[in-house]
Design a protein around this ligand. Structure first.
Ligand SMILES: *[C@@H]1O[C@H](CO)[C@@H](O)[C@H](O)[C@H]1NC(C)=O
Ligand SMILES: *[C@@H]1O[C@H](CO)[C@@H](O)[C@H](O)[C@H]1NC(C)=O
Length: 198
């Protein structure tokens, strides 16, 4: 019993002592962060509107009832988990849940980049994706002004139209992008609110 106490006490003490010193966003001191601006937040909202609008266009999904299709999410990123505020042992002290802000931002940036490249590669004769593509770029530029993207030249696929399988995939991926954008917008709003209280 006393042995257990001896083992536990120093680490508990360390935890208690280190908690009040810890602040969200300060875990990686050398990272220079751009603040989340009003522009960034509003571009995120416009993007969601544009994706929703694109999903309602029948010309993009000819022969497919997109409402009935499943959602295909981008699994190359961990945005939903790293952007979710977590309960931590210290949250009682700091009054704020722990939040992996740096990974959250990185994952958001990777998501946007991923979806931009996917959408840019779609044949889009009716220009049903143009507004969404433009919107994604706006979010990237306003939320991550320091990032350099070398491969964002809008190189539309040469093919004049897409096949049934391609339209089906577009529908599922776009639905996933809609869900992901809701997560992204919530996270950007959260980061902004934390920044305002610091
Ligand atoms: C995209 O959203 C913006 C802002 O709501 C709007 O002005 C624009 O018309 C939208 N584009 C489409 C195609 O819905
Ligand atoms: C697509 O499916 C939904 C849900 O099953 C249905 O409510 C809607 O009427 C369908 N739309 C068309 C154009 O068939």
């Amino acid at each position: 019993m006393s042995l257990i106490k001896l083992y536990f006490t120093p680490s508990l003490l360390l935890l208690v002592l280190s908690c009040p010193l810890w602040q969200p966003g300060q875990s990686m001191p050398m990272v220079i962060k751009d603040p989340v601006t009003d522009d960034c937040v509003s571009c995120g909202r416009v993007l969601l509107q544009n994706i929703t609008e694109a999903l309602s266009r029948n010309d993009l999904f000819h022969g497919i009832n997109c409402t009935e299709q499943s959602v295909e999410l981008n699994t190359e990123t961990n945005t939903p988990s790293v952007c979710a505020p977590m309960e931590s042992a210290c949250s009682g002290n700091s009054g704020r849940p722990e939040f992996h802000e740096d990974s959250c931002r990185t994952n958001i940036r990777e998501d946007l980049h991923h979806y931009y490249k996917f959408l840019a590669a779609q044949p889009d004769p009716a220009k049903g994706l143009e507004q969404t593509l433009f919107s994604v770029k706006e979010v990237m530029e306003s939320c991550f002004p320091r990032s350099q993207y070398t491969d964002l030249a809008s190189q539309q696929a040469a093919k004049p139209s897409n096949t049934y399988e391609e339209r089906l995939r577009l529908c599922k991926v776009l639905k996933g992008f809609q869900v992901r954008t809701i997560t992204i917008n919530r996270a950007l709003g959260y980061i902004k609110s934390v920044e305002q209280t610091l």
